[in-house]
Design a protein around this ligand. Structure first.
Ligand SMILES: Cc1ncc(COP(=O)(O)O)c(C=O)c1O
Length: 371
């Protein structure tokens, strides 16, 4: 440990990102590489955002509007809420970091699933809090009942991704709403809906209603996934106005840049047809790829996000390495405790075909019954 560094920092481990195309090209010298490891949107950025971002570059000598007035208004409108219910951040990630700072003192407890987005754990550890990790159920869904049972007088936060990463599973709307309504005073649910746009709207909890009912809820969303702006880094939270004021006070003042704000605003103001078409294409392809994986003997879960969790009777790291040599980047799930599972982003039809052909090739190398 480096002298002087906070003790809590030593307990955290670096975030493990998916491999990048540049990395794989450097390491393997391949011509064609299809990246299905980071749940990006292959159709973005959409034309309206692209135009607005290009135009905004000329204004980069000036700081952004620190009040984020326009973008807050546009986001709020989509949920039937005013701008004062919206906080902006540098990706959803930035919002999660800020929430850690808002809530967590050393010795506090947080409750989360054993297999979920890795940052919740790391943020909590860095703040000196103790993560209580709850095993998934046998069907790999989040065990809300056990999470609720794990609450103690020291619990401050529940971190919950819905749909969950890496499984893509969505919790029943009613059970999330019931949990939220039952939260004890001083315990807050951070409901991370990074992938919500890929799920059916009617299956998602009614967050605006819950917020207006003054529940202890903070909803986190992002422009990285459905809106195709992962590289721009912009996300947001929906919360009660007094909580938004607290979040805005704690977060870095200019925590979203001009280009990102321009892209996000234009996305919400501009022609939404490309966005809707991308969602529809992703959902269509998700179902097609899921079927194909099942056909190859994989146990693929029914995803509500833009990725698929699939298990074969083979070592996932090995399959990942073999796919990599064929130019396909996926995510092996050993780090989440699933040594035979892969998480595969749903790409364009052409990318998905390339992946499925590569996987067929890899699996044909295994003995019968193994894959
Ligand atoms: C569940 C979940 N939350 C948040 C994020 C972070 O998103 P962003 O790119 O907005 O920081 C991710 C990214 O993969 C995610 O899977």
């Amino acid at each position: 440990m480096i002298a002087g560094v906070r003790k809590a920092v030593a307990t955290a481990t670096p975030y493990v990102p998916g491999k990048t195309v540049e990395e794989v090209r450097r390491e393997l010298g391949l011509e064609k590489i299809v990246k299905l490891g980071s749940n990006e949107n292959p159709y973005g950025p959409f034309p309206a955002a692209r135009r607005a971002m290009t135009e905004e570059i000329g204004k980069l000598n000036a700081y952004p509007d620190v009040s984020f007035r326009e973008i807050k208004g546009l986001i709020g409108e989509r949920f039937g809420l005013g701008p004062e219910w919206v906080a902006i951040s540098h990706g959803a990630e930035g919002m999660l970091q800020t929430l850690g700072k808002v809530f967590l003192d050393p010795g506090d407890e947080v409750v989360l699933s054993r297999a979920t987005y890795g940052l919740y754990r790391e943020i909590s550890l860095v703040m000196g809090a103790t993560p209580k990790e709850i095993m998934l159920k046998e069907d790999l869904s989040v065990n809300l009942r056990e999470m609720e049972r794990a609450l103690t007088g020291r619990t401050k936060l529940i971190w919950l991704a819905n749909p969950n990463n890496p499984t893509g599973l969505l919790l029943p709307k009613k059970s999330v709403e019931t949990l939220i309504k039952r939260l004890p005073r001083g315990v807050w649910l951070v409901l991370d809906e990074a992938y919500a746009e890929f799920a059916s709207p009617e299956e998602l909890p009614s967050v605006a209603k819950l917020l207006e009912a003054e529940c202890n809820l903070i909803v986190v969303r992002t422009f990285s996934k459905a809106w195709g702006l992962a590289g721009a880094r912009i996300g947001y939270a929906l919360a009660r106005p007094e909580m938004v004021r607290t979040i805005d006070t704690v977060s870095e003042p200019f925590n979203a840049n001009r280009v990102a704000i321009a892209g996000a605003s234009a996305s919400l103001k501009g022609d939404e047809a490309p966005f809707n078409e991308a969602i529809a294409a992703t959902v269509r392809e998700r179902e097609r790829v899921t079927k194909a994986l099942l056909g190859m003997g994989g146990k693929a879960l029914q995803s509500h996000a833009n990725f698929i969790f699939v298990t074969f009777q083979a070592d996932a790291d090995e399959v990942f390495g073999k796919l990599l040599r064929r130019g396909v980047i996926v995510r092996p799930c050993g780090g989440w405790g699933f040594g035979s599972s892969l998480r595969v982003t749903v790409g364009t039809p052409e990318q998905n075909d390339f992946f499925l052909a590569a996987l067929r090739g890899v699996l044909s190398g295994y003995g019968e019954g193994e894959a």
